[in-house]
Design a protein around this ligand. Structure first.
Ligand code: ADP
Length: 164
């Protein structure tokens, strides 16, 4: 039987424990989960595309079925090119729901063959956001348990190390 593949896309600047948990749960539903790191948008990232890919590769080292790639352009087109049956998304709260439901509607209209699968974030990760995590590190706080130790180290190097 063909492998069931899902694409989990985002900017992941940086990947958090919440993102990681979603990939692990996605792998219970799909044979393969491709973490698709968004290449460039108007957003300004702390980590370059290559650095975000490298972080994910380290975090997913030895995790069977997990792959890391970059993507740009329309997500549904990328998912189709990669032969994915679904796009995997995480839902933390109502704000996510509002945004995600519009986005899912758009994507379904663009390509109804690709399903959008939502997993409700586990309560312990529901408050985690990459942007707030960056702010905490900038202000000298600890983000232990919010991101893997490797990510915390790299964040500190970027945000604290570079401060004048
Ligand atoms: P984007 O630029 O698309 O907002 P993110 O990197 O913030 O990218 O998020 C990528 C995906 O991960 C989205 O589906 C988002 O809902 C989900 N996500 C974000 N934070 C969490 C979290 N704490 N737990 C689980 N999923 C999350």
């Amino acid at each position: 039987m063909a492998k069931r593949r899902a694409v989990y896309a985002g900017s992941f600047d940086p990947p958090t424990e919440g993102h990681l948990n979603l990939v692990r749960r996605g792998l219970k539903l799909f044979d393969e989960v491709i973490v698709a790191v968004a290449e460039s948008t108007s957003k300004k990232y702390v980590f370059t595309t290559a650095e975000r890919v490298e972080l994910w590769r380290n975090l997913l080292h030895g995790v069977r079925g997990a792959k890391v790639e970059t993507f740009s352009g329309l997500l549904v087109s990328y998912a189709k090119r990669r032969g994915a049956a679904a796009i995997l998304r995480g839902l933390r709260n109502f704000t996510d729901f509002e945004y995600e439901s519009t986005m899912a509607g758009m994507n379904r209209q663009l390509d109804p063959r690709i399903e959008i699968v939502f997993l409700l974030t586990e309560p312990e990760y529901a408050h985690l956001s990459s942007s707030l995590i960056k702010e905490i590190v900038l202000l000298g706080g600890s983000v232990k348990k919010m991101v893997p130790p490797l990510v915390e180290r790299e964040l500190k190097k970027k945000l604290v190390g570079s401060r004048k």
